[in-house]
Design a protein around this ligand. Sequence first.
Ligand SMILES: [Zn+2]
Length: 264
Amino acid sequence: MFELSQPESTEGPLHFPLDGGRDLASTPVIEVTEDGRTLDSLLRICYPVRPPALDQMWHVEQVLEAATKYQMDWALHSTREALSRIAEEEPISVYAVACRYGLHVETSQAAQFSLSLPVTTVIDSLIHEGVAGEPFRVLMKYRSECQAAALSATETWLWTINMPKQFWTTHSCCTRTTVRDRTGRVYHVQPWWIRYITMVAKALRDTPSEDVVDVREALGLYMSDGRGTCGRCLSVAVDHITAFATKLSEEIAEGIAKIPFPSL
Ligand SMILES: [Zn+2]
């Protein structure tokens, strides 16, 4: 900050009257472009007073810009923390700002949170935020790679083999159908299970996130399939389907977590 250029003084060294009064005429004045709220937040970060509420994106960006301009490291740190906090609720807004300021950690966090949004919302928001060129291309490529990783859990089912609870494949009381996963491996499952996996795969193509797994939807398909009338299966359905939904969600999340977000 002290390396910034200072205005030339025609009055010599700063003059502070001993009586505590203000000698405004001889006080150097530096014109700044920031508004009062931005400067208030910036100074609150630096002084031992109540910290500013950095919870609105437009304000965080203004403080971030000022912190960068004046090389105020602690204020910069605080605004980056604010971006991380806001990223889950407003991932594309945070992505846009983080890209502009070259903040890789926050860019990556925002990109991950954006996976929970439908693709049309992401594209509309990127356009609205003025994100174009390389940042746009990189985010969409990352999303595509995450989608492929997430879909893997619905296309190859080897991960289900060691699950102890899956009445839809172990019970012989109800009709099972024979299906193959993408690798050609054969599985014998109740029809509702295939319908549910297909439903999850369709949802992942639009929203590549473990959030698409909903145990209530799986239970609904099981019940609507008429399987709810078999007492043997029904007695374990909630327990087994809940365990399956949890495991499926974990598989999707692990697949996505392996995809690194590239440096911009
Ligand atoms: Zn049964």
